[in-house]
Write a protein that binds this ligand. Structure first.
Ligand code: CA
Length: 515
């Protein structure tokens, strides 16, 4: 009798435990669609008027648009390293895009932490970290280095390089759906879709050639910038006028035998390109004897038309991913994040590319759908830095981020608008001189001001009042009336440098004080 009672009690306890397990909310799936060089200016949810991104906008309508998400270092590979580590470049070791300096994959990564908490993890698509993902993800399939737009090579988990047929954005989607179909369905997943779009040299899918030829894109206010009072801006090599190449970037009489690009095309793909770029674009170029000024405008229009045509496939494929989630009943329990690795210039200051601490490249698009947590149609103004992505992901999964992670989860901000959050952002860019001659610099951005210290080849400071000069044309550093603002910002900058232990920047400031 006594024995039976004990058995009954044990069974009861077991039942209660099981019931508790069932009631515990299942950790959500986390899906990050991480594009490359996709400017927020190109996205409807950020105010672009041409309805170019209906599917990215769909995530925004069902979730939140983050208006002030900044990167720690506006460059491709360093941004991926920061996404994985939650740390600044000087801590995670990846300061520049450098084929000879691979990312240290053996450090603590958000994917590895998630793996130890029952998550199934995958990275599919552009990776760009030179070293391979190894055991950092349960599944991966990545193109070598930058990857190709057409019939791209991918490296699989056996380290074999395999050639895939088709346009890269479509290839990546197919790989994603096949992994999602085959994944262990009793575990939550963490999936990063690494998009190649919209990286230079902007080869659109053949179905999107000429998609925007009827639009005459307006010139940005700062298109004809003369860089007065801004030395680094004057010294760069990333203008549409001089740096953007007619042949390679804009496909005016392109070399259709070129290794690594057009020699990968099928005859059908090549014919579509020749029909469009020779038959229309190059013909138009040849028929006009453009003056210097007219040529600049022509290049700008062609740049945007190609860039946005590449983004059209990106957006279409994001729609396919969202449809997949709907169809498979995954939408309610999947957090979807759309982000680019950094911002990009679409003609502002006369530029393309990124790197500078100015707004267009410092700020990256970031849109997040989190059913039950984020109200549809939300807009978040808090200043988030990409070091916050990793700890936020861990927080979503119910895992407390470790102390060494430099970012902070922004989930509390979503739940409580009054939550005390950072009031300044720290930035540090390194890659110099090649490929675009942008001087290394670090700096601080607050809601109102931006103070930048360029170092090498010349040393100088810049100050912008973002309220009165949001397009950053007036360097106020030498103005007497800003002395106290500058002193205050320098103090704040110093404390951020200490907080993030950027000893390189610390040395530069110290040397300046002694001098
Ligand atoms: Ca990039």
């Amino acid at each position: 009798m006594k024995r039976e009672l004990v058995t009954i009690i044990i069974l009861l306890c077991f039942d209660i435990l099981q019931a508790q397990q069932l009631n515990k909310p299942k950790p959500p799936n986390i899906l990050i669609i991480f594009s490359d060089d996709h400017a927020y200016q190109a996205i409807g949810a950020y105010g672009n008027p041409f309805n170019l991104t209906p599917n990215i906008d769909r995530i925004a309508k069902q979730g939140a648009v983050f208006k002030n998400v900044f990167v720690a270092n506006s460059l491709c590979a360093p941004s991926r390293a920061t996404l994985l580590t939650g740390k600044y470049s000087h801590i995670n070791g990846l300061k520049i895009n450098d084929i000879t300096n691979p990312f240290n994959i053996h450090q603590q990564l958000v994917s590895r932490i998630l793996q130890t908490h029952n998550y199934q993890t995958a990275w599919i698509g552009k990776w760009h970290l030179q070293t391979l993902p190894g055991d950092a993800f349960n599944y991966w399939m990545v193109p070598p280095d930058q990857g190709n737009y057409y019939n791209p090579d991918f490296i699989n988990m056996q380290n074999d390089t395999v050639r895939m047929n088709g346009y890269i954005t479509e290839v990546i989607s197919d790989l994603v759906f096949s992994w999602l179909d085959k994944r262990e369905k009793d575990k939550p997943f963490f999936l990063v879709i690494g998009e190649k779009a919209t990286h230079r040299e902007w080869l659109p899918d053949i179905r999107d050639l000429g998609a925007y030829d009827t639009i005459n894109f307006p010139l940005p206010k700062t298109f004809h910038d003369d860089y007065k009072g801004r030395q680094a801006a004057a010294n760069q090599d990333m203008t549409i006028a001089k740096t953007m190449r007619l042949k390679e970037d804009l496909k005016v009489h392109a070399d259709y035998e070129r290794d690594g690009t057009y020699n990968r095309f099928t005859p059908e793909q090549k014919k579509a390109f020749i029909d469009y770029y020779e038959g229309k674009v190059s013909k138009d170029f040849d028929e006009h004897q453009y003056t210097v000024g007219a040529l600049l405008q022509w290049k700008y229009q062609r740049y945007l038309k190609d860039y946005l045509a590449v983004a059209k496939s990106l957006d279409r494929n994001i729609g396919k991913v969202l449809d997949y989630l709907d169809r498979n009943n995954l939408t309610e329990n999947t957090v979807v994040i759309y982000a680019s690795d950094q911002g990009f210039y679409m003609g502002e200051h006369g530029w393309f590319d990124k790197r500078f601490m100015y707004e267009e490249s410092l700020r990256t698009p970031f849109i997040m759908r989190y059913p039950g947590v984020i109200n549809p149609g939300s807009s978040i103004d808090n200043m988030v830095v990409n070091i916050d992505f990793a700890p936020t992901i861990l927080d979503i999964a119910g895992i407390k981020p470790s102390e060494d992670i430099q970012g902070q989860s922004f989930l509390p901000v979503l739940k409580n608008k009054e939550y005390k959050w950072r009031n300044a952002v720290y930035y540090h860019y390194y890659e110099y001189p090649e490929p675009h001659h942008v001087s290394p610099h670090f700096g601080i951005r607050t809601n109102r001001y931006k103070l930048i210290r360029f170092y090498g080849p010349a040393d100088f400071w810049e100050l912008y009042d973002l309220k009165n000069d949001p397009v950053e044309m007036q360097n106020l550093y030498s103005k007497k009336e800003y002395r106290s603002v500058i002193a205050q910002l320098k103090k704040q900058l110093n404390s951020l440098i200490k907080k993030y232990t950027d000893t390189g920047a610390q040395k530069i400031l110290k040397a300046e004080t002694i001098r």
